[in-house]
Design a protein around this ligand. Structure first.
Ligand code: SF4
Length: 267
């Protein structure tokens, strides 16, 4: 499978992943120092290549394909991260791994997280949750402080329509987080006609109530079209034909969650 074949398909190339990647080498898309959107405080955000989903509203479709330009070793990233330790301490921040889907490179994360946790650096994982719960993934989760989990849709068919995959693994992932009592921020993209109706939000709240003891915050992400240009540059067809939600609708949804005892962030 060539890189361009891969770009058009869902999932990651298992042969490449299993056989060629040394567990200390990661395929990185980009790094953002001083991030404030992906977890608490000032954060060093590492965006990983590859994702199992093809969300219709993805604003990072350039992370989907794998290329060797962004290969980095655990040591090189770690050496860069420690330069920012004072910023983390001062702001209550840390390191966030995002993507793409960072847990597809769990062996790399495991090596990196062992070093970060030895330095008491806060670790957050921004994930779509469509992940097999291998022993390495479990160890990576256990070394992290916070999981930012995207719920794309509660209805599996609509989830498939939005992302290209059903939601069974994601829901199972959330169950596992509950079983290990891991702190979570639930992220919901607010996409008109898909995730903004009163009925959908009520169902989501009822569903999440079973996980209330691990949910620290709800993060609402109003849909925007900022990724559209990237899709076009990559030669991909952007098929989602909806407008961003009105502020009134976002405020109403925020209230619905708050009335049920959730702390809500709108990003
Ligand atoms: S999970 Fe995130 S990175 Fe992957 S396709 Fe969806 S929005 Fe894009």
């Amino acid at each position: 499978m060539t890189n361009s074949d891969y770009k058009l398909s869902a999932g990651y190339p298992p042969a490449l992943f299993d056989k060629k990647i040394n567990n200390k080498i990661g395929y990185i898309h980009s790094i953002l120092t001083g991030g404030t959107l992906d977890g608490p405080g000032i954060r060093y955000v590492i965006f990983f290549q590859m994702c199992p989903f093809r969300c219709k509203y993805c604003h990072n479709p350039d992370t989907w394909s794998i290329n060797t330009l962004g290969i980095k070793t655990v040591d090189s990233i770690y050496k860069d991260i420690v330069k920012y330790i004072n910023f983390f301490k001062f702001s209550g921040g840390g390191v966030t791994v995002s993507g793409g889907e960072p847990l597809l490179q769990a062996e790399f994360l495991y090596e990196l997280f062992k070093k970060l946790s030895a330095d008491d650096i806060n670790i957050a994982i921004d994930t779509c949750g469509y992940i097999d719960l291998t022993q390495t993934v479990k160890e990576v989760l256990s070394l992290s402080n916070l999981i930012l989990l995207d719920i794309k849709h509660l209805d599996s068919k609509i989830h498939n329509e939005l992302t290209g995959k059903d939601n069974a693994k994601v829901l199972n992932f959330l169950k596992y987080l509950k079983s290990i009592n891991k702190k979570v921020w639930i992220r919901q993209v607010l996409v008109p006609t898909y995730t903004t109706s009163e009925e959908y939000i009520n169902n989501l709240i009822l569903f999440l109530n079973a996980y209330k003891n691990i949910i620290d915050k709800i993060e609402l992400l109003p849909y925007h079209k900022m990724g559209k240009e990237k899709w076009e540059k990559l030669g991909l067809k952007y098929s989602l034909n909806v407008e961003p939600p009105d502020k009134k609708i976002v405020d109403k949804i925020k209230k619905q969650f708050e009335n049920n005892g959730y702390e809500v962030l709108v990003s």
